[in-house]
Design a protein around this ligand. Sequence first.
Ligand code: PEP
Ligand code: MN
Length: 337
Amino acid sequence: MIVVMKRSATAAEVDTVVKQVEVMGYHAHLSQGTERTIIGVVGDNRPVQPHNFEMLSGVEQVVRILQPFKLASRDFHPDNTVINVRGVEVGGPRITVIAGPCSVEGRSQLLETAHAVAEAGADILRGGAFKPRTSPYAFQGMGEDGLELLAEAREETGLPVITEVMSPETVALVGKYTDVFQIGARNSQNFPLLTAVGKTHLPVFLKRSMMGTIQETLMSAEYVLSGGNRQVMICERGIRTFETATRNTLDINAIALMKLWTHLPVFGDTSHGTGKWELVSPTARACIAAGADGLMIEVHPHPELAMSDGAQSLKPEKFAALVHELKQLAPVLGRTM
Ligand code: PEP
Ligand code: MN
């Protein structure tokens, strides 16, 4: 349930509603929009009746949110959430491009890629140090050494960095180095992990599971938000379907629908979404056209030698060409880059 305050509501009236929420045994989450304040009544609030709040002064309307996600929903927070990642504004008019290798493989590989994507116009550098691999025999990532290299690349290029965290036990370690926690598709419903990053102050980039519905994805975001961390970005990265010609089926519907349902920034990852480098740029353009706030693109200077996901990685010059195209596309869609 949400309590929508009148435009003219005073701070004292807002405070009275918050107290009433707490007296009834719930948590009050405030959303201060440009137009008005909205107070989320968080908890199993089925016993709450609208008149518990309607009778208080300054209250315009009490609305039951029918979707099971509350804090993630646009009803609760009509304006887009804008997240500041070391000076990069994510979720505003400007399109955000996250780029870099699937895995951090070594110093020269990472620094070469970092400089190339920075020069091409990327906003945030990606690179996995802890890799969730299907096979236990495949390269598992460089671990903390990889995190140190990411920090070095940030120092050299000025780009903020994002890397995956796979377990609650490593949240503190990864948080020492990264600017954004990536939650991978395979951990999209790892509830202890979501709870752990929800207690931190770093932004969280949550990927949709390959078999997760849009609603389940937003419920995962709700875990992070309800823990007190309001800085969540959602990423569509392709789902499993009957189609085997591509690695996954990039669900463009999900991007357009999530922009309606949630105020959180929405991304498209067209490397994992397609599995084929030839499809990365066309589908990236489609994501932006569908309303995505940003992209995640895998880039590798020598994809044929990559230790993971080479087939879906762009070479730096192809990535630069994509950014150039997106810069032309952005203004047509009312965006900047
Ligand atoms: C990745 O970003 O390299 C990755 C493992 O992605 P996903 O979790 O979407 O498979
Ligand atoms: Mn990858």
